[in-house]
Design a protein. Structure first.
Length: 134
C-alpha cells in the first residue's frame, strides 16, 4: 500500500486534535482546503480524492456529460484524517472524511435531449479502515 499519513507536513494541516479514548487516543488531522487537488497536494498525502482528470475522463462521461477541463473545479473543504491508537501506540482504526464541491461550467449533458448548464454538486465521502494486522 501507499504510505499516506506519514507523508503529511505541517503546511498541509489546518489543525490537529487529540482526545483520550479509553486507554488510547483519537488523533484528528484537519486538512487545509484545496482547489483542484493534484498528486502534490494535501489530500494526496493521506487519502483518496477526486481530481479534474477524474471528472473529465471518468465521472462526466458516466452521466453523459461533456465538459472541458478548464470549466471544471474541484474544491475540497472541511475534511480530515482520523487515527485511533491503543495504549501501545498501535493503530486500531483510520477514518477519512472528504467534503467538497464539484463545479462544472458550460457542461453539455446528453440523454434524451441535450442540456447545456452550469452545475455545482456537493460531495461527502467517509472511508473507515479497521482490523489492522501487526
Amino acid at each position: 500500500g501507499k504510505n499516506y499519513a506519514s507523508a503529511l507536513t505541517m503546511s498541509d494541516i489546518k489543525n490537529i486534535g487529540v482526545q483520550k479514548s479509553g486507554s488510547g487516543y483519537v488523533i484528528t488531522v484537519n486538512l487545509k482546503d484545496e482547489t483542484n487537488p493534484t498528486s502534490n497536494g494535501h489530500f494526496s498525502r493521506c487519502m483518496d480524492y477526486m481530481t479534474v482528470d477524474d471528472v473529465e475522463k471518468v465521472y462526466a462521461p458516466k452521466v453523459g456529460a461533456t465538459v472541458t477541463r478548464d470549466n471544471i473545479k474541484v474544491t475540497l473543504t472541511n475534511s480530515y484524517a482520523k487515527l485511533t491508537v491503543d495504549a501501545n501506540g498501535k493503530v486500531t482504526a483510520y477514518e477519512t472524511l472528504v467534503n467538497g464541491v464539484l463545479t462544472m461550467k458550460n457542461a453539455s449533458i446528453k440523454k434524451v435531449v441535450t442540456i447545456n448548464t452550469d452545475l455545482d454538486i456537493t460531495l461527502s465521502s467517509t472511508t473507515k479502515y479497521t482490523n489492522f494486522a501487526f
